[in-house]
Design a protein around this ligand. Structure first.
Ligand SMILES: CC(=O)SCCNC(=O)CCNC(=O)[C@H](O)C(C)(C)COP(=O)(O)OP(=O)(O)OC[C@H]1O[C@@H](n2cnc3c(N)ncnc32)[C@H](O)[C@@H]1OP(=O)(O)O
Ligand SMILES: CC(C)C(=O)C(=O)O
Length: 506
Protein backbone atom coordinates (compact mmCIF):
# COMPACT_ATOMS: atom_id res chain seq x y z
CA UNK A 1 0.00 0.00 0.00
CA UNK A 2 1.30 3.46 -0.88
CA UNK A 3 1.49 6.36 1.62
CA UNK A 4 -1.76 8.24 2.22
CA UNK A 5 -1.36 11.94 1.35
CA UNK A 6 -3.79 14.14 3.25
CA UNK A 7 -5.53 16.76 1.18
CA UNK A 8 -5.88 19.98 3.17
CA UNK A 9 -8.23 22.27 1.29
CA UNK A 10 -7.78 25.99 1.91
CA UNK A 11 -10.16 27.34 -0.76
CA UNK A 12 -12.22 28.97 1.99
CA UNK A 13 -9.18 30.64 3.59
CA UNK A 14 -6.23 31.22 1.23
CA UNK A 15 -8.50 30.80 -1.83
CA UNK A 16 -10.75 33.51 -0.50
CA UNK A 17 -7.70 35.79 -0.28
CA UNK A 18 -7.79 36.05 -4.11
CA UNK A 19 -8.80 39.64 -4.73
CA UNK A 20 -12.51 39.65 -5.58
CA UNK A 21 -13.18 36.11 -4.34
CA UNK A 22 -14.61 36.80 -0.91
CA UNK A 23 -17.55 34.66 0.16
CA UNK A 24 -20.25 34.91 2.78
CA UNK A 25 -21.03 32.15 5.27
CA UNK A 26 -23.84 30.64 3.17
CA UNK A 27 -21.56 30.40 0.15
CA UNK A 28 -18.74 28.92 2.22
CA UNK A 29 -21.12 26.28 3.55
CA UNK A 30 -22.14 25.28 0.03
CA UNK A 31 -18.50 24.83 -0.95
CA UNK A 32 -17.69 23.02 2.31
CA UNK A 33 -20.44 20.48 1.56
CA UNK A 34 -18.85 19.80 -1.82
CA UNK A 35 -15.41 19.44 -0.20
CA UNK A 36 -16.88 16.90 2.23
CA UNK A 37 -18.51 15.04 -0.67
CA UNK A 38 -15.10 14.97 -2.33
CA UNK A 39 -13.63 13.48 0.83
CA UNK A 40 -10.94 16.06 1.63
CA UNK A 41 -9.08 15.33 4.87
CA UNK A 42 -8.97 18.88 6.23
CA UNK A 43 -11.00 22.01 5.48
CA UNK A 44 -9.32 25.25 6.45
CA UNK A 45 -12.50 27.21 6.96
CA UNK A 46 -11.19 30.69 7.72
CA UNK A 47 -9.31 33.03 10.03
CA UNK A 48 -11.70 33.34 12.99
CA UNK A 49 -10.34 36.54 14.53
CA UNK A 50 -10.46 38.29 11.18
CA UNK A 51 -14.20 39.16 11.26
CA UNK A 52 -17.48 38.02 12.85
CA UNK A 53 -18.43 36.56 9.44
CA UNK A 54 -15.30 34.41 9.27
CA UNK A 55 -15.76 33.34 12.89
CA UNK A 56 -19.30 32.20 12.03
CA UNK A 57 -18.11 30.37 8.89
CA UNK A 58 -15.52 28.38 10.84
CA UNK A 59 -18.07 27.52 13.54
CA UNK A 60 -20.77 26.48 11.04
CA UNK A 61 -18.42 24.42 8.91
CA UNK A 62 -17.17 22.70 12.07
CA UNK A 63 -20.78 21.85 12.81
CA UNK A 64 -21.68 20.42 9.38
CA UNK A 65 -18.42 18.49 8.96
CA UNK A 66 -19.11 16.28 11.97
CA UNK A 67 -16.49 13.57 12.02
CA UNK A 68 -16.18 13.40 8.23
CA UNK A 69 -13.13 15.66 8.13
CA UNK A 70 -10.95 17.91 10.25
CA UNK A 71 -11.92 21.59 10.34
CA UNK A 72 -9.15 24.07 10.83
CA UNK A 73 -8.97 27.76 11.76
CA UNK A 74 -5.91 29.92 11.03
CA UNK A 75 -4.29 32.25 13.54
CA UNK A 76 -1.19 34.34 14.01
CA UNK A 77 1.13 33.45 16.88
CA UNK A 78 -0.99 35.80 18.94
CA UNK A 79 -2.87 34.70 22.07
CA UNK A 80 -6.12 36.44 21.22
CA UNK A 81 -6.15 34.89 17.71
CA UNK A 82 -5.69 31.41 19.19
CA UNK A 83 -8.36 31.92 21.87
CA UNK A 84 -10.89 33.14 19.29
CA UNK A 85 -10.10 30.22 16.97
CA UNK A 86 -10.58 27.79 19.86
CA UNK A 87 -13.96 29.39 20.57
CA UNK A 88 -15.02 29.13 16.91
CA UNK A 89 -14.01 25.46 16.81
CA UNK A 90 -15.44 24.48 20.17
CA UNK A 91 -18.34 22.44 18.74
CA UNK A 92 -16.33 20.88 15.91
CA UNK A 93 -15.80 17.13 16.27
CA UNK A 94 -12.34 17.24 14.72
CA UNK A 95 -10.94 20.74 15.35
CA UNK A 96 -7.46 21.92 14.37
CA UNK A 97 -5.78 25.21 15.19
CA UNK A 98 -3.26 26.33 12.58
CA UNK A 99 -0.82 28.79 14.10
CA UNK A 100 2.61 30.09 13.28
CA UNK A 101 4.69 33.01 12.11
CA UNK A 102 7.15 34.19 9.47
CA UNK A 103 10.61 32.61 9.59
CA UNK A 104 12.56 34.09 6.67
CA UNK A 105 15.10 36.88 7.33
CA UNK A 106 12.82 39.53 5.81
CA UNK A 107 9.75 38.37 7.75
CA UNK A 108 11.70 38.30 11.03
CA UNK A 109 13.54 41.56 10.50
CA UNK A 110 11.13 43.75 8.53
CA UNK A 111 7.69 42.46 9.44
CA UNK A 112 7.77 40.94 12.90
CA UNK A 113 10.84 42.72 14.33
CA UNK A 114 11.91 39.52 16.07
CA UNK A 115 15.26 37.81 16.51
CA UNK A 116 15.43 34.13 15.67
CA UNK A 117 15.36 33.18 19.36
CA UNK A 118 12.38 35.44 20.05
CA UNK A 119 10.55 33.86 17.11
CA UNK A 120 11.19 30.37 18.47
CA UNK A 121 9.93 31.46 21.89
CA UNK A 122 6.80 32.88 20.29
CA UNK A 123 6.22 29.74 18.23
CA UNK A 124 6.55 27.48 21.27
CA UNK A 125 4.18 29.64 23.28
CA UNK A 126 1.60 29.69 20.48
CA UNK A 127 1.70 25.93 19.93
CA UNK A 128 1.40 25.24 23.65
CA UNK A 129 -1.50 27.65 24.02
CA UNK A 130 -3.27 26.07 21.04
CA UNK A 131 -2.66 22.60 22.48
CA UNK A 132 -4.37 23.71 25.69
CA UNK A 133 -7.57 23.99 23.63
CA UNK A 134 -7.30 21.22 21.01
CA UNK A 135 -5.29 18.03 20.44
CA UNK A 136 -4.54 18.79 16.82
CA UNK A 137 -2.25 21.79 16.25
CA UNK A 138 -0.56 22.65 13.00
CA UNK A 139 2.45 24.96 13.10
CA UNK A 140 3.27 27.00 9.97
CA UNK A 141 6.70 28.45 9.31
CA UNK A 142 5.64 31.21 6.97
CA UNK A 143 8.05 31.90 4.08
CA UNK A 144 10.01 28.75 4.93
CA UNK A 145 10.96 28.67 1.25
CA UNK A 146 13.31 31.63 1.82
CA UNK A 147 14.34 30.84 5.41
CA UNK A 148 17.79 30.00 6.63
CA UNK A 149 17.63 26.18 6.66
CA UNK A 150 19.43 25.80 10.00
CA UNK A 151 16.99 28.19 11.64
CA UNK A 152 14.07 26.42 9.96
CA UNK A 153 15.23 23.12 11.45
CA UNK A 154 15.50 24.74 14.89
CA UNK A 155 12.06 26.34 14.90
CA UNK A 156 10.35 23.23 13.49
CA UNK A 157 12.00 21.05 16.13
CA UNK A 158 10.86 23.47 18.85
CA UNK A 159 7.28 23.42 17.50
CA UNK A 160 7.25 19.62 17.44
CA UNK A 161 8.55 19.48 21.00
CA UNK A 162 5.89 22.01 22.06
CA UNK A 163 3.19 19.64 20.80
CA UNK A 164 2.53 20.42 17.13
CA UNK A 165 0.93 17.44 15.39
CA UNK A 166 1.50 18.83 11.91
CA UNK A 167 4.34 21.05 10.68
CA UNK A 168 3.62 23.15 7.64
CA UNK A 169 6.54 24.17 5.42
CA UNK A 170 5.16 26.87 3.11
CA UNK A 171 6.83 28.35 0.07
CA UNK A 172 4.76 31.45 0.74
CA UNK A 173 6.14 33.45 -2.19
CA UNK A 174 6.46 30.56 -4.67
CA UNK A 175 10.15 31.34 -4.92
CA UNK A 176 11.72 27.89 -5.01
CA UNK A 177 12.70 25.56 -7.79
CA UNK A 178 10.97 22.21 -7.14
CA UNK A 179 14.22 20.30 -6.51
CA UNK A 180 15.46 22.91 -4.01
CA UNK A 181 12.16 22.79 -2.15
CA UNK A 182 12.22 18.98 -2.15
CA UNK A 183 15.76 19.12 -0.74
CA UNK A 184 14.53 21.32 2.14
CA UNK A 185 11.91 18.72 3.06
CA UNK A 186 14.43 15.88 2.85
CA UNK A 187 16.86 17.86 5.02
CA UNK A 188 14.19 18.58 7.66
CA UNK A 189 13.34 14.88 7.80
CA UNK A 190 16.98 14.08 8.34
CA UNK A 191 17.82 16.73 10.91
CA UNK A 192 14.71 17.47 13.00
CA UNK A 193 14.27 15.30 16.06
CA UNK A 194 10.76 13.90 16.41
CA UNK A 195 9.66 14.91 12.90
CA UNK A 196 8.89 11.29 12.07
CA UNK A 197 6.04 11.44 14.63
CA UNK A 198 4.25 14.38 12.98
CA UNK A 199 2.71 15.07 9.61
CA UNK A 200 4.82 17.17 7.25
CA UNK A 201 2.60 19.51 5.28
CA UNK A 202 3.44 21.79 2.37
CA UNK A 203 1.69 24.95 1.26
CA UNK A 204 3.04 26.31 -2.00
CA UNK A 205 2.22 29.33 -4.11
CA UNK A 206 2.19 29.78 -7.85
CA UNK A 207 4.26 32.94 -8.34
CA UNK A 208 6.52 31.13 -10.82
CA UNK A 209 3.75 28.82 -12.06
CA UNK A 210 5.27 25.95 -10.10
CA UNK A 211 2.97 25.46 -7.13
CA UNK A 212 1.95 21.94 -8.16
CA UNK A 213 5.52 20.93 -9.06
CA UNK A 214 6.71 22.20 -5.67
CA UNK A 215 4.04 20.21 -3.83
CA UNK A 216 4.73 17.03 -5.79
CA UNK A 217 8.47 17.30 -5.23
CA UNK A 218 7.78 17.76 -1.51
CA UNK A 219 5.61 14.62 -1.53
CA UNK A 220 8.44 12.75 -3.27
CA UNK A 221 10.70 13.85 -0.43
CA UNK A 222 8.43 12.78 2.39
CA UNK A 223 5.61 15.33 2.85
CA UNK A 224 2.31 13.61 3.61
CA UNK A 225 -0.08 16.57 3.55
CA UNK A 226 -0.62 19.02 0.68
CA UNK A 227 -2.44 22.33 1.18
CA UNK A 228 -4.30 23.35 -1.94
CA UNK A 229 -7.33 25.10 -3.34
CA UNK A 230 -9.95 24.38 -5.96
CA UNK A 231 -8.95 25.98 -9.28
CA UNK A 232 -5.66 27.09 -7.65
CA UNK A 233 -7.32 30.16 -6.13
CA UNK A 234 -5.29 32.04 -3.56
CA UNK A 235 -3.25 35.08 -2.67
CA UNK A 236 -1.57 36.72 -5.73
CA UNK A 237 -0.94 34.04 -8.40
CA UNK A 238 -2.70 31.48 -6.24
CA UNK A 239 -1.99 28.19 -4.49
CA UNK A 240 -1.41 24.64 -5.60
CA UNK A 241 -4.56 23.55 -7.44
CA UNK A 242 -6.21 20.67 -5.61
CA UNK A 243 -7.34 19.01 -8.84
CA UNK A 244 -3.80 19.08 -10.26
CA UNK A 245 -2.06 17.66 -7.24
CA UNK A 246 -4.70 14.96 -6.75
CA UNK A 247 -4.55 13.82 -10.37
CA UNK A 248 -0.74 13.96 -10.50
CA UNK A 249 -0.61 11.73 -7.42
CA UNK A 250 -3.22 9.43 -8.91
CA UNK A 251 -1.31 9.09 -12.18
CA UNK A 252 2.13 8.68 -10.63
CA UNK A 253 1.15 7.04 -7.35
CA UNK A 254 3.56 4.12 -7.61
CA UNK A 255 6.51 6.32 -8.47
CA UNK A 256 5.64 8.71 -5.61
CA UNK A 257 4.61 5.94 -3.22
CA UNK A 258 1.48 8.00 -2.62
CA UNK A 259 -2.29 8.05 -2.93
CA UNK A 260 -5.13 10.31 -1.80
CA UNK A 261 -8.71 9.44 -0.85
CA UNK A 262 -10.26 12.15 -3.00
CA UNK A 263 -13.34 11.20 -5.04
CA UNK A 264 -11.88 12.49 -8.29
CA UNK A 265 -15.22 12.25 -10.13
CA UNK A 266 -16.31 15.28 -8.07
CA UNK A 267 -13.45 17.54 -9.24
CA UNK A 268 -15.20 19.20 -12.18
CA UNK A 269 -18.32 19.87 -10.15
CA UNK A 270 -16.21 21.42 -7.38
CA UNK A 271 -14.38 23.60 -9.89
CA UNK A 272 -17.61 24.88 -11.43
CA UNK A 273 -19.17 25.51 -8.06
CA UNK A 274 -16.20 27.52 -6.77
CA UNK A 275 -15.99 29.46 -10.01
CA UNK A 276 -19.66 30.36 -9.95
CA UNK A 277 -19.67 31.35 -6.28
CA UNK A 278 -16.47 33.40 -6.37
CA UNK A 279 -16.97 34.79 -9.88
CA UNK A 280 -13.38 33.78 -10.66
CA UNK A 281 -13.54 32.23 -14.14
CA UNK A 282 -11.40 29.21 -14.86
CA UNK A 283 -9.10 29.75 -17.81
CA UNK A 284 -10.12 27.47 -20.69
CA UNK A 285 -6.73 25.80 -20.86
CA UNK A 286 -6.51 25.14 -17.12
CA UNK A 287 -5.25 21.61 -16.36
CA UNK A 288 -7.92 19.06 -15.39
CA UNK A 289 -10.90 21.42 -15.05
CA UNK A 290 -10.52 23.96 -17.89
CA UNK A 291 -13.16 23.90 -20.65
CA UNK A 292 -10.48 22.77 -23.12
CA UNK A 293 -8.84 20.16 -20.88
CA UNK A 294 -10.38 17.33 -22.91
CA UNK A 295 -11.18 19.19 -26.14
CA UNK A 296 -9.40 18.44 -29.41
CA UNK A 297 -9.66 20.78 -32.34
CA UNK A 298 -6.93 19.86 -34.79
CA UNK A 299 -7.38 17.12 -37.36
CA UNK A 300 -4.34 15.00 -36.46
CA UNK A 301 -5.24 14.96 -32.76
CA UNK A 302 -8.92 14.33 -33.50
CA UNK A 303 -8.09 11.42 -35.77
CA UNK A 304 -5.82 9.99 -33.06
CA UNK A 305 -8.36 10.41 -30.25
CA UNK A 306 -11.10 8.85 -32.37
CA UNK A 307 -8.87 5.84 -33.03
CA UNK A 308 -7.73 5.52 -29.41
CA UNK A 309 -8.47 8.15 -26.76
CA UNK A 310 -5.13 7.75 -25.00
CA UNK A 311 -3.16 8.88 -28.06
CA UNK A 312 -3.76 12.43 -26.82
CA UNK A 313 -5.40 12.09 -23.40
CA UNK A 314 -3.66 10.93 -20.24
CA UNK A 315 -6.80 11.17 -18.12
CA UNK A 316 -10.21 9.71 -18.81
CA UNK A 317 -12.54 12.75 -18.54
CA UNK A 318 -15.06 10.55 -16.71
CA UNK A 319 -12.49 10.10 -13.92
CA UNK A 320 -12.71 13.81 -13.08
CA UNK A 321 -16.43 14.09 -13.75
CA UNK A 322 -15.92 16.02 -16.97
CA UNK A 323 -18.27 13.96 -19.16
CA UNK A 324 -16.35 12.91 -22.24
CA UNK A 325 -13.70 14.03 -24.68
CA UNK A 326 -14.81 16.76 -27.03
CA UNK A 327 -14.10 17.01 -30.72
CA UNK A 328 -14.29 20.67 -31.67
CA UNK A 329 -14.82 21.15 -35.39
CA UNK A 330 -12.79 23.99 -36.87
CA UNK A 331 -10.89 24.83 -40.04
CA UNK A 332 -8.06 22.69 -38.61
CA UNK A 333 -10.29 19.58 -38.53
CA UNK A 334 -9.82 16.77 -41.01
CA UNK A 335 -12.09 14.23 -42.66
CA UNK A 336 -12.02 11.83 -39.70
CA UNK A 337 -13.46 14.33 -37.24
CA UNK A 338 -16.14 15.57 -39.63
CA UNK A 339 -17.19 12.06 -40.63
CA UNK A 340 -17.40 11.08 -36.96
CA UNK A 341 -19.56 14.05 -35.97
CA UNK A 342 -21.80 13.67 -39.02
CA UNK A 343 -22.31 10.00 -38.10
CA UNK A 344 -23.22 11.04 -34.56
CA UNK A 345 -25.81 13.36 -36.06
CA UNK A 346 -27.14 10.47 -38.15
CA UNK A 347 -25.59 11.34 -41.53
CA UNK A 348 -23.45 8.91 -43.49
CA UNK A 349 -22.14 9.58 -46.99
CA UNK A 350 -20.38 7.79 -49.82
CA UNK A 351 -16.78 8.97 -50.30
CA UNK A 352 -17.48 11.30 -53.27
CA UNK A 353 -20.47 12.85 -51.62
CA UNK A 354 -18.57 13.25 -48.36
CA UNK A 355 -15.71 15.05 -50.09
CA UNK A 356 -18.05 17.79 -51.29
CA UNK A 357 -19.57 18.02 -47.79
CA UNK A 358 -16.05 18.36 -46.39
CA UNK A 359 -15.24 21.18 -48.84
CA UNK A 360 -18.47 22.99 -47.90
CA UNK A 361 -17.55 22.48 -44.23
CA UNK A 362 -14.11 24.05 -44.80
CA UNK A 363 -15.73 27.08 -46.40
CA UNK A 364 -17.89 27.62 -43.33
CA UNK A 365 -15.01 26.78 -40.98
CA UNK A 366 -12.74 29.39 -42.53
CA UNK A 367 -15.29 32.03 -41.61
CA UNK A 368 -15.91 30.86 -38.04
CA UNK A 369 -13.91 29.93 -34.96
CA UNK A 370 -15.94 26.80 -34.33
CA UNK A 371 -18.39 24.83 -36.46
CA UNK A 372 -21.41 23.72 -34.45
CA UNK A 373 -23.89 20.90 -35.07
CA UNK A 374 -26.41 23.42 -36.34
CA UNK A 375 -23.86 24.55 -38.95
CA UNK A 376 -23.43 20.95 -40.07
CA UNK A 377 -27.18 20.45 -40.37
CA UNK A 378 -27.30 23.59 -42.42
CA UNK A 379 -24.48 22.42 -44.68
CA UNK A 380 -26.24 19.11 -45.31
CA UNK A 381 -29.63 20.71 -46.00
CA UNK A 382 -28.15 23.45 -48.12
CA UNK A 383 -26.51 20.80 -50.22
CA UNK A 384 -29.78 18.87 -50.60
CA UNK A 385 -31.37 22.08 -51.84
CA UNK A 386 -28.54 22.84 -54.26
CA UNK A 387 -28.87 19.43 -55.96
CA UNK A 388 -32.36 20.48 -57.10
CA UNK A 389 -31.14 23.85 -58.37
CA UNK A 390 -32.31 25.19 -61.71
CA UNK A 391 -30.99 28.68 -60.98
CA UNK A 392 -27.91 29.13 -58.82
CA UNK A 393 -26.46 32.25 -57.31
CA UNK A 394 -23.46 33.62 -59.18
CA UNK A 395 -22.97 36.89 -57.33
CA UNK A 396 -24.94 39.43 -55.35
CA UNK A 397 -23.95 42.89 -54.28
CA UNK A 398 -26.09 45.40 -52.45
CA UNK A 399 -25.62 49.04 -51.64
CA UNK A 400 -27.94 50.50 -49.06
CA UNK A 401 -28.08 52.81 -46.06
CA UNK A 402 -29.31 56.31 -45.35
CA UNK A 403 -29.92 58.24 -47.65
CA UNK A 404 -29.10 55.73 -50.43
CA UNK A 405 -31.73 53.94 -52.52
CA UNK A 406 -31.21 50.23 -51.88
CA UNK A 407 -29.77 48.80 -55.09
CA UNK A 408 -28.88 45.19 -55.89
CA UNK A 409 -26.68 43.86 -58.66
CA UNK A 410 -27.31 40.18 -59.17
CA UNK A 411 -25.90 37.39 -61.29
CA UNK A 412 -27.78 34.10 -61.56
CA UNK A 413 -26.48 31.08 -63.44
CA UNK A 414 -28.92 28.92 -65.40
CA UNK A 415 -28.81 25.14 -65.82
CA UNK A 416 -26.71 25.51 -68.95
CA UNK A 417 -24.08 27.54 -67.05
CA UNK A 418 -25.00 30.84 -68.68
CA UNK A 419 -24.75 33.92 -66.47
CA UNK A 420 -27.57 36.50 -66.29
CA UNK A 421 -26.84 39.85 -64.64
CA UNK A 422 -29.31 42.60 -63.73
CA UNK A 423 -29.63 45.50 -61.32
CA UNK A 424 -32.75 46.59 -59.42
CA UNK A 425 -33.91 49.10 -56.82
CA UNK A 426 -36.06 48.24 -53.83
CA UNK A 427 -37.49 49.57 -50.61
CA UNK A 428 -34.77 47.73 -48.73
CA UNK A 429 -31.77 45.54 -49.60
CA UNK A 430 -33.73 42.27 -49.63
CA UNK A 431 -36.53 43.80 -51.66
CA UNK A 432 -33.95 45.07 -54.18
CA UNK A 433 -32.39 41.61 -54.49
CA UNK A 434 -35.79 39.90 -54.85
CA UNK A 435 -36.80 42.35 -57.58
CA UNK A 436 -33.56 41.53 -59.40
CA UNK A 437 -34.25 37.79 -59.02
CA UNK A 438 -37.75 38.29 -60.46
CA UNK A 439 -36.35 40.15 -63.45
CA UNK A 440 -34.20 37.14 -64.33
CA UNK A 441 -36.39 34.20 -63.30
CA UNK A 442 -39.64 35.76 -64.40
CA UNK A 443 -42.13 33.42 -62.75
CA UNK A 444 -45.36 34.63 -61.20
CA UNK A 445 -45.19 34.43 -57.40
CA UNK A 446 -46.05 36.25 -54.23
CA UNK A 447 -43.65 36.36 -51.27
CA UNK A 448 -45.95 35.38 -48.40
CA UNK A 449 -43.43 34.84 -45.61
CA UNK A 450 -39.86 35.82 -44.80
CA UNK A 451 -38.07 34.75 -41.59
CA UNK A 452 -34.49 35.03 -40.52
CA UNK A 453 -32.71 33.44 -37.56
CA UNK A 454 -29.17 32.92 -36.36
CA UNK A 455 -28.68 29.16 -36.49
CA UNK A 456 -25.43 29.12 -34.58
CA UNK A 457 -23.87 30.99 -31.67
CA UNK A 458 -21.72 34.10 -31.66
CA UNK A 459 -21.33 37.18 -33.78
CA UNK A 460 -20.03 35.08 -36.67
CA UNK A 461 -23.18 32.92 -36.64
CA UNK A 462 -24.73 31.51 -39.79
CA UNK A 463 -28.00 33.29 -40.61
CA UNK A 464 -30.69 31.04 -41.99
CA UNK A 465 -33.51 32.55 -44.01
CA UNK A 466 -36.78 30.76 -44.68
CA UNK A 467 -39.21 32.13 -47.28
CA UNK A 468 -42.60 31.02 -48.51
CA UNK A 469 -43.75 31.97 -51.99
CA UNK A 470 -47.22 31.46 -53.34
CA UNK A 471 -47.49 30.53 -57.01
CA UNK A 472 -50.29 31.86 -59.28
CA UNK A 473 -52.35 28.69 -58.61
CA UNK A 474 -52.14 29.18 -54.84
CA UNK A 475 -49.54 26.45 -54.28
CA UNK A 476 -46.99 27.41 -51.54
CA UNK A 477 -43.27 26.65 -51.87
CA UNK A 478 -40.72 26.93 -49.09
CA UNK A 479 -37.10 27.87 -49.64
CA UNK A 480 -34.15 28.04 -47.25
CA UNK A 481 -30.70 29.52 -47.49
CA UNK A 482 -27.89 29.97 -45.02
CA UNK A 483 -24.71 31.96 -44.99
CA UNK A 484 -22.76 34.21 -42.66
CA UNK A 485 -24.04 37.12 -44.80
CA UNK A 486 -27.78 37.52 -44.38
CA UNK A 487 -28.24 39.11 -47.83
CA UNK A 488 -26.66 36.02 -49.36
CA UNK A 489 -28.87 33.70 -47.26
CA UNK A 490 -31.94 35.74 -48.24
CA UNK A 491 -31.03 35.45 -51.92
CA UNK A 492 -30.33 31.72 -51.69
CA UNK A 493 -33.63 31.11 -49.87
CA UNK A 494 -35.68 32.91 -52.52
CA UNK A 495 -33.91 31.15 -55.41
CA UNK A 496 -34.40 27.84 -53.60
CA UNK A 497 -38.16 28.43 -53.34
CA UNK A 498 -38.43 29.51 -56.97
CA UNK A 499 -36.43 26.47 -58.12
CA UNK A 500 -38.95 24.23 -56.36
CA UNK A 501 -41.83 26.08 -57.95
CA UNK A 502 -40.28 25.81 -61.43
CA UNK A 503 -39.34 22.12 -61.11
CA UNK A 504 -42.89 21.37 -59.97
CA UNK A 505 -44.19 23.06 -63.11
CA UNK A 506 -41.74 21.12 -65.29
C1 LIG B 1 0.64 33.92 6.00
C2 LIG B 1 -0.64 34.33 6.47
O1 LIG B 1 -0.86 34.63 7.60
S1 LIG B 1 -1.76 34.30 5.31
C3 LIG B 1 -3.19 34.83 6.15
C4 LIG B 1 -3.54 36.16 5.78
N1 LIG B 1 -4.84 36.36 6.31
C5 LIG B 1 -5.18 37.46 6.91
O2 LIG B 1 -4.45 38.45 6.95
C6 LIG B 1 -6.54 37.44 7.56
C7 LIG B 1 -7.20 38.75 7.51
N2 LIG B 1 -6.50 39.68 8.34
C8 LIG B 1 -7.07 40.42 9.29
O3 LIG B 1 -8.28 40.33 9.49
C9 LIG B 1 -6.23 41.34 10.07
O4 LIG B 1 -5.03 41.61 9.36
C10 LIG B 1 -5.89 40.75 11.45
C11 LIG B 1 -7.17 40.64 12.26
C12 LIG B 1 -5.27 39.36 11.36
C13 LIG B 1 -4.91 41.66 12.18
O5 LIG B 1 -5.37 42.96 12.07
P1 LIG B 1 -4.58 44.16 12.76
O6 LIG B 1 -4.45 43.88 14.22
O7 LIG B 1 -5.29 45.41 12.38
O8 LIG B 1 -3.08 44.12 12.19
P2 LIG B 1 -2.57 44.43 10.71
O9 LIG B 1 -3.29 43.57 9.76
O10 LIG B 1 -2.57 45.89 10.44
O11 LIG B 1 -1.04 43.98 10.83
C14 LIG B 1 -0.70 42.66 11.10
C15 LIG B 1 0.03 42.57 12.44
O12 LIG B 1 0.19 41.18 12.73
C16 LIG B 1 1.59 40.88 12.85
N3 LIG B 1 1.74 39.52 12.35
C17 LIG B 1 1.65 39.10 11.09
N4 LIG B 1 1.75 37.78 11.06
C18 LIG B 1 1.91 37.37 12.32
C19 LIG B 1 2.06 36.11 12.90
N5 LIG B 1 1.97 35.02 12.17
N6 LIG B 1 2.21 36.03 14.23
C20 LIG B 1 2.25 37.14 15.01
N7 LIG B 1 2.09 38.37 14.49
C21 LIG B 1 1.93 38.47 13.17
C22 LIG B 1 2.27 41.92 11.99
O13 LIG B 1 3.64 42.04 12.32
C23 LIG B 1 1.44 43.13 12.35
O14 LIG B 1 1.81 43.52 13.66
P3 LIG B 1 2.16 45.06 14.04
O15 LIG B 1 0.88 45.79 13.85
O16 LIG B 1 2.57 44.96 15.43
O17 LIG B 1 3.22 45.49 13.10
C1 LIG C 1 -0.52 30.78 6.69
C2 LIG C 1 0.45 30.22 5.72
C3 LIG C 1 0.33 28.75 5.68
C4 LIG C 1 0.25 30.77 4.34
O1 LIG C 1 -0.84 31.00 3.90
C5 LIG C 1 1.42 30.95 3.52
O2 LIG C 1 2.55 30.80 4.00
O3 LIG C 1 1.26 31.28 2.35
Amino acid sequence: MTRKINIFDTTLRDGEQSPGASMNTEEKLIIARQLIRMNVDVIEAGFPISSPGDFKSVAEIGRIAGDKCTVCGLTRAVDKDIEVAAEALKTAKRPRIHTGLGVSPSHLRDKLHLTEDEAIERAVHAVKLARSFVDDVEFYAEDAGRADQDFLCRIIEAAVKAGATVVNIPDTTGYNMPWAFGARIADLRERVDGIEDVTISVHTHNDLGMATALAIEAVRNGATQVECTINGLGERAGNTALEEVVMAIRMHGQELDAHTDIVTQELTRASKLVSSITGMTVQANKAIVGANAFAHSSGIHQDGVLKARDTYEIIDPADVGAGGSQIILSARSGHAALRHRMAELGYTFEDDEFESIYQAFLEVADKKKEVYDEDLESIVHERERVTKAIWTLGAVQVSCGFPLTPTATLTLVDEGGEEHTVAAFGTGPVDAVYKAVNQIVSVENDLSEFAIKAVTRGIDALGEVTVRVTAGDGQVYTGRGSDNDIIVSSTKAYINALNRLISDRQ
